[in-house]
Design a protein around this ligand. Structure first.
Ligand code: BES
Ligand code: ZN
Length: 456
């Protein structure tokens, strides 16, 4: 093990250069103009995996290719087999003008590497590949067989990965999945994440007149799609964040007093958080702390809102249409299909007859909740403790990684969520960065993890 850890320390600079090369590829899955960059990123990570001694290939899908890389196997090996999942796609970088340095020109400032995807998720899965490289290049026997699955559609709902898991079910038979794509409160609080929220995404379009109209000539006699959309949206949630769609909370599981006590133990200062985020104060449904809101309560958010004239000055029109991108975060035991149906029903009921309503469905994913009272979780906690030098915490997080439920349903295994992102990493925001100490500790954790998992 010493050889492995020494190798990791000795190659820090090159590991950072590798991450820079990877981040330089603008693999934005949501934007069709980046199709060739998706391919380039997939090839980059495949070639990198081959370079460190893995057997790696790209598997085409109707969307972006899936990269699969296996550690060298021994005939009739009795070693446990784990999957390591990550994603090479990134969120759109816009708005560009808010980046201090361009999103795809990775830049080191202090102990941070800035660039879109540095933290979410290129740096986090590269840390695991670096750990495996250290085993292979020092001739240290890996205690587990590993299969890396790095996909290119996580940020748009992983729509082709489940079919791949089903098709390759036999060769993917494993003892568990490891994912570093979540967060930690700080470098002094490494974390095992036990819950993720689910998600349901859709787009609402309100169609009015067949062209933008003069608002003086026609105003008052023709309904305004932007106004109708705002009124519809405003009726979905009350000002305190409680969703007003009939039946929305029917399946929400109440937290137990002991779960609430455990969450309350995590240090969290609401005033400081408000300051950090630049809001006058935090928000939320009555009776729940901010951490409870994020980890255990469902939401409905407008992610984008478009209508009418957006240029300089004023333009007196009734816009022809208005549209909103909306997502709900879901918690146990809400089902995306059921919730989606209730939302649509409600919207159809609310919509006035003066406009036309179009609803386009997008991706969805179930919430995830897993116990930490099992040998694998305990092994992961030991690896975190040793790598970070601090006692790990258990988290319920607000983000979503829909594929974890497919790992459970298709392969029958749970996922260890061992994230490396810090709260100020600016995931999905301008100026995303990855902390280089998290990168180093993540590699070390990755190296120790296989030993702990094999020795349980
Ligand atoms: N890494 C995030 C998920 C995450 C981050 C979970 C922090 C918990 C803590 C992932 O890349 C992500 O952003 N997922 C999307 C999924 C969606 C597009 C289906 C999300 O949560 O918005
Ligand atoms: Zn993300």
């Amino acid at each position: 093990m010493k050889a492995v850890l020494d190798y990791l320390s000795a190659h820090t600079t090159r590991f950072i250069e590798d991450l820079c090369a990877y981040v330089r590829i603008p693999s934005v899955s949501a934007q069709p103009e980046h199709a060739s960059d998706m391919q380039r990123a997939a090839e980059w990570i495949r070639d990198h995996a081959r370079g460190i001694g893995l057997e790696a290939d790209l598997h085409p899908t109707p969307g972006n290719p899936i990269m699969v890389a296996r550690t060298p196997r021994k005939p009739s090996s009795k070693r446990p087999h784990y999957l390591v999942y990550g994603h090479y796609d990134v969120q759109p970088p816009e708005p560009f003008e808010l980046w201090k340095t361009p999103p795809f020109e990775p830049t080191k400032r202090g102990r941070s590497l800035f660039g879109r995807g540095a933290s979410d998720n290129k740096g986090q899965h590269l840390a695991h590949l670096n750990a495996v490289e250290a085993y292979l290049k020092t001739g240290t026997e890996l205690p587990c067989d590993l299969t890396f699955i790095i996909e290119g559609e996580e940020e748009i709902g992983s729509s082709h990965l489940a079919a791949f898991l089903k098709a390759k079910k036999k060769s993917l038979k494993c003892d568990g999945v490891v994912i570093s794509d979540t967060g930690i409160p700080s470098l002094k609080q490494p974390a095992l994440t036990c819950a993720l929220r689910g998600i349901v995404a859709f787009e609402i379009k309100v169609l009015g007149p067949n062209r933008d109209l003069h608002s003086g000539l026609f105003g008052g006699s023709v309904d305004n799609p932007a106004m109708v959309l705002c009124q519809l949206l405003a009726q979905l949630r009350n000002p305190r964040g409680r969703i007003t769609i009939p039946g929305f909370y029917d399946e929400v599981v109440k937290l137990t007093p002991s779960e609430r006590r455990q969450m309350a133990r995590l240090p969290f200062d609401e005033k400081q958080e408000a300051k950090f985020l630049g809001v006058p104060e935090l928000f939320g449904e009555k009776g729940y702390s901010a951490l409870e809101q994020r980890g255990t309560r469902p939401t409905l958010e407008i992610n984008g809102l478009t209508s009418g004239y957006q240029g300089a000055g004023s333009k007196t029109i009734i816009p022809s249409w208005a549209s909103a991108k909306v997502t709900c975060r879901l918690v146990p035991d809400q089902k995306p299909t059921v919730i989606r149906e209730r939302i649509l029903q409600h919207l159809w009921t609310l919509c006035p007859t003066t406009v036309e309503l179009q609803i386009t469905l997008a991706h969805g994913g179930e919430p995830y909740l897993v116990s930490s009272e099992n040998p694998q979780a305990q092994a992961a906690l030991r690896a975190l403790r040793a790598a970070f030098g601090h006692e790990p915490v258990l988290l319920r997080e607000g983000g979503s990684i829909p594929i974890v439920n497919d790992f459970k349903k298709i392969l029958g295994v749970d996922t260890l969520l061992l994230g490396l992102a810090l709260p100020d990493d600016n995931a999905h925001s301008p100026n995303e960065k990855f902390d280089l100490d998290c990168y180093a500790k993540g590699m070390k954790m990755g190296a120790l993890l296989w030993q702990e998992l094999a020795s349980r």
